[in-house]
Write a protein that binds this ligand. Sequence first.
Ligand SMILES: [Zn+2]
Length: 112
Amino acid sequence: MNAFEFVAVLREHGVTLLPGPGGRLTVRGPKQVLTRDVKAAIDRHEHRILAALEREYQGTPGPCIRCGRAARIPGAERLHDWNLICGDCATPDDVAEGCVPAEVTVRRWAEA
Ligand SMILES: [Zn+2]
């Protein structure tokens, strides 16, 4: 199993993987999935997982803060705190709170 497949399997089981501060991997998920053995495997392959995530995020504004998948345009939204969410994770509450389509913020950056 390569790093991409490992990430896919973890996601299928409700695990969120995100690049975190200090170049470390942030892992969230159900306790029954993140057993000691699974956590040890994640630690052992942390650098390969981070590299796989970086490849996935290439050409996108970055990761979805909620699910860890690439926040692809169209569909991605910027929250007030500038975090990204993907189209699958955006809720009516996010829209009510004034999230902005990520392509708009990219355009503003390009024009600035
Ligand atoms: Zn998402």
